[in-house]
Design a protein around this ligand. Structure first.
Ligand code: SF4
Ligand code: ZN
Length: 117
């Protein structure tokens, strides 16, 4: 069972936040989107593949303390590199903001109906 990077208690692998100290463990409140955290003083970017190949354009680079796309550059070259697909990130964002998306759609429909009538 993985442990919380903050309080070192055992946590469920799919937990969105640590049940002991409430540290967020997943991004966008979605159990399928991992949130990597720096341990110690060094920023995540220092060991991230995307910092070293200069392909990252995240604004928090090069000082990211947590990141969803962190990939350790020391990984074996033949191991697959995990990047959440844009559709899974979009799905996670939609799930988190579903209420606002629905309200916006409702407002838009109301406006269109008012303009036509
Ligand atoms: S993907 Fe994240 S950890 Fe990697 S360089 Fe970009 S901001 Fe830093
Ligand atoms: Zn914790």
């Amino acid at each position: 069972m993985p442990e919380c990077p903050q309080c070192r208690q055992s946590v469920d692998a799919r937990a969105i936040a640590c049940p002991h100290c409430r540290t967020p463990l997943k991004a966008f409140g979605h159990p399928g989107v991992p949130l990597y955290r720096a341990e110690g003083e060094a920023a995540l970017c220092e060991t991230c593949l995307y910092h070293h190949d200069d392909s990252c354009n995240y604004p928090q680079r090069p000082h990211a303390r947590d990141c969803t796309l962190y990939t350790n550059q020391a990984r074996q070259p033949d191991s697959p590199i995990y990047r959440p697909s844009p559709s899974s990130l979009m799905k996670a964002w939609l799930q988190r903001h579903l209420v606002w998306v629905l309200l916006g759609a409702l407002l838009l429909v109301s406006l269109l109906l008012a303009l036509r009538g």
